[in-house]
Design a protein around this ligand. Sequence first.
Ligand SMILES: [Zn+2]
Length: 261
Amino acid sequence: MPEGIEIELYRRAAARCVGRVIDEVSAPDSYFIKGGATADVLVEALVGRTITKTDRVGKLLLLDIDDEPDVLGLRFGMTGRVIVDDDAAIEKLEYASGRDDPAWDRFALSFAGEGTLRINDPRRLGGVELHPDRSTLGVDLFRVAPGRLATALGQSRVALKSRLLDQSRVAGVGNLIADETLWRVGLDPARPAGSLSDDEIRRLAAGLRRTIDRLLRDGGSHTGRLQDSRVRGGLCPKDGTPLLRRTIGGRTTYSCPLHQV
Ligand SMILES: [Zn+2]
């Protein structure tokens, strides 16, 4: 599933379209159009206008049009990918087909002159929306500082990992980023979110930043050091202890019972 890191790679791919004029909008799947719009409304809102900027908050990719912010929001669900000029920003997602079947093109912009931006989404759990509401999203995972993280965690008794996955608290953290970060900083994902000391919060904020930088450089959320051990019987890559496999926040969670406390 694409997490904030994948969406950042999509944003960088989409940035190639800045300065291009939208010539044609293809939105064949009405289910993929959110916020009560229709294909005709999208055509009316977008054709003849210029992409002026890209932005991202959490897993939401945003395009500014004619200098108007956040005109178009793109979401990618479990299996959505951005393909610009027929180059996929990411060749293959974990658990998804790497096949670029035209039947899975849910939305496309064609540009005057040449080039396209497409969303190819086999399971069609993503969507496009005009003027999406970004205020429901928490602090973006790339901008987590200790103070904002402390606010996001609050005094909650909810499991630390669940809180990190809550997009209204921290936007863009998915299952793999959460497990990798907590493993790196040595925190138990089942700890109550509100139980962290100030020092642990600082460690977690710094660890999240470092983990994101590393995964981004290596090409995606699935490139973490813990990744190969995320199997039944997997061992901690730090200390060789058999990993715990639990469901936390509704997601399969791997952690080390020895060094994650
Ligand atoms: Zn360990």
